[in-house]
Ligand binder design. Sequence first.
Ligand SMILES: [Zn+2]
Ligand SMILES: [Zn+2]
Length: 506
Amino acid sequence: MAGAGETIHWADKIAEELLERGEKHRIATGITPSGHIHLGNLREMLTADAVRRAVEDRGGKAEIVYIADTFDPLRKRYPFLPEEYEKYIGMPLSEIPCPCGEHESYAEHFLQPFLESLEILGIDVEVKRADRMYKAGEYEEAIKTALKKKEQIREILEEVTGKKCEKDWSPFMPLCESCGRLNSTKVVDFDEKGVYYICECGNEGKVSYRGGGKLGWRVDWPARWGILGITCEPMGKDHAAAGGSYDTGKRIAREVFGIEPPYPIVYEWIHLKGVGAMKSSKGIVVPVREMVEVLPPEIVRYIIIRSKPERHIDFDPASLLELIDEFEEAYARGDRSVQLSMVENVKYSDVPFRHLVVVGQIANWDVERAVEIVRRTGYRVDEETLPDIKRRLEYARRWIEKFAPDRLKFEVLSVEDVKEKVQFSDEEIEFLRKFARKLGEVGMARADELHNLVYEVASEIGIKPAKAFRAIYKAILGKTYGPRAGYFMESLGVDWVKDRFERIVS
Ligand SMILES: [Zn+2]
Ligand SMILES: [Zn+2]
């Protein structure tokens, strides 16, 4: 919780404002499953979840409803879709076959992995699929109201957006029974049983209020606020712009459906900096499902929760370790963003993730060996901390394998490999020999002492320190760079380093 002088966390501030309006809240989120759901989309979910937790921490009740817009039409053939998908443009996502053949529909293909990610991230949601809501008749009354008050809605839309609606505009999009499209039909008339329409394909007919079509977005949104009892909703800034769908939705909610619009939380976009790291080889942004395989859930949550929703996030995967350092410092001081980011009852150990990345590579990801190094390098390893050390060690491994920049990757070579692959100058050999001898004299040493010893020995034999460091990396990794040398040698163990250098020079 915020102490004296500290500013209140954004989620707590919103929670306080919500609780002034009422004790119980339904927070809506909505993402169209038309493609892979990525980090940017996750801001909506995590903004909602941080507020939900903050409301509950204050004794209120809150739940999140995730409305998957499965009844939205496919807008275009995305680059990741085969050519045959051209024919599905305009059809609802729930009615299009899944691209891999293993899911019930196109919508489910993208929805399933996203729902799994939400579970891993500890975001508990009530899932509503728009197509099922329509088919079950949940929208029936709203559609009838919208059709009856069509002119009133048209006036609101034109007034707020400053743009004229088409002459034959209707709030309802019938689903053509012949060609299966939503974007090619026009409403002709309606009665208590259904809606009469004509379609560009030449078909005409009558559809029911239960699954025979859907409301256009600007009317669908306020309608669902009423249907689902929504009191709060995060939204991207495009929806919140002047004349945008929240502006029209607010008025349609009050004037047409007679309900209060939800408390809006407007959020900014997330930009992924640079290429590489978090993007796949084809430059496609990594889906959330893959991201949660590689990063601990508390870190994914923290990336978003630490920034106010209205602040733009530039996420640079290349500086992920710096971000994790920041998380760990914030954890140690009981920071509110960290509290709102933790998932389950993890007892966090104080071993930095950065250290686990090095230790894991030294141990070649052998867990027992890695844990032994963690213990030897001065961290608490016991029943309480061990599960978390092992948990994050596994994430460190996946991160190194899949996304880490090359400069952070290394492999400890065998003596034979080094001797076979690496050429040492006379100066380098002299340095390694003398350094090994000094190590024998000092015995145990800390990172800073080892670091200073490099300078000392380099100076004694008259070579530049840079050359000395290169000799060390070459003798261990077979390349000219690596983790900070003093720290690296401490992690490897002084005896190991001494033995290694002796065998290289013999
Ligand atoms: Zn599939
Ligand atoms: Zn048609």
